[in-house]
Structure formats: C-alpha cells, structure tokens
Design a protein around this ligand. Structure first.
Ligand SMILES: [Zn+2]
Length: 199
C-alpha cells in the first residue's frame, strides 16, 4: 500500500511538473505575437502520423532519461518530450505565430530553471530536474530532426530567426541528451577527491 502510494505520488508529481512545462511552452509561443507571420495550414496533425510522432518523442526522451535511473525523472522526461509541442497550438489554431517558438535554447534554460525551483520547493533534488529538462529538449530536437523537420527558432524570443538542422545532427543531439543526464550522475557518484574537494 505504501509502495502504491509512493508510485502514485511519483506519478502525480511528474504529471504536475509536466503540466507546468506544457503551460510554459504554450506561453512562450504567445511571445510570437511580437513577430507575427502569415498563418499556415498545418498538415502534420493526421492521426496516424501523430501517434508515430508522439511515440517517437517519448522513446527518445525516455532513452535519454534512463541514465538518471530515477522513475520520477523518467516520467517527467516522457511528458516533457511531447509537451514542448504545446507551442504548436496557436499556429495550429490559425493564429499568426510560428509553430515552434519554444524549440529554443532560452526556453530550455528557463523551463529547466523554473522546474528545478519547483522541485526544490516540493522537496526533491533540483539538479536532476534541471538536467533532465535540458536533456528532454535535446532529445526532442533529435527526434524532430530524425523525423524530417529540423527547423528550430533556436534563440526565440531574442530572435525569431529559423535554424535548419541537417539530418545527421539527430545523432549528436541524442548523444547530448544522454550525456546531460549521465554526466551529473557520474559527478554525483564520484568520490570527494575526484571532485577536487578532498580533505
Ligand atoms: Zn517539436
């Protein structure tokens, strides 16, 4: 029973954090009204394609998050992997904004910072949340490139310029996603001497 409550608690925590992440991604896209573009009719929401897309994003996010060996962080990464695309909503509804404005380095850092703060407030280690959030953005970029669309508004909202990532970059992107989770794990487990604070 205690175990069940524990698991339910972890699930609810991850779902809550992922919901905040989705809201932040959506609000980031609202910044796009500062630089309106002609509305486009998107064709990428056909149901079978959507199922493949969602599955692919979850797969990449979970593979990268497995390095944390933390169920809560893996669940959070699974949610984040898909929910960054909340920044598509306005464009999909026909509003004159770009559809990927949260696909941005600044969004990644902002969201990671906010979620790490919330983690700290909820009594969980903020560092894992910070890095898993950065990792899930890198993993998401990787699958977007892999699936055939590597156009990102990398510096939004400082700049609304689009950067088109070549296909081969999906591999280094997913490697970065894994390392963002693996390196802090290794650092945390290294003996004090290896961290340079011996004595
Ligand atoms: Zn995307």
């Amino acid at each position: 029973m205690t175990m069940l409550q524990g698991r339910t608690g972890v699930f609810l925590w991850a779902a809550g954090m992922a919901s905040v992440y989705a809201a932040m991604s959506f609000l980031w896209s609202v910044l796009g009204f500062a630089s309106p573009v002609p509305p486009v009719h998107l064709h990428e929401y056909a149901f079978p394609a959507l199922v493949t897309e969602v599955g692919g994003h979850i797969l990449f996010g979970v593979v990268a998050a497995a390095a944390t060996m933390d169920a809560g962080l893996v669940l959070l990464a699974a949610g984040e992997s898909v929910l960054i695309d909340s920044d598509h909503l306005l464009a999909a509804l026909g509003y004159p904004v770009e559809g990927r404005l949260a696909h941005s380095v600044f969004f990644a850092l902002f969201a990671a910072g906010v979620l790490a703060y919330l983690a700290m407030k909820s009594g969980r280690p903020p560092r894992g949340v910070f890095f898993v959030t950065l990792s899930s953005v890198a993993a998401h970029f990787s699958y977007d490139v892999f699936a055939g669309n590597g156009v990102f508004y990398l510096l939004s909202p400082a700049s609304f310029a689009a950067y088109d990532f070549p296909y081969w970059t999906w591999l280094p992107l997913v490697a970065v996603a894994v390392l963002l989770n693996a390196l802090p794990m290794v650092a945390a487990r290294a003996p004090p001497a290896a961290r340079g604070d011996a004595g």
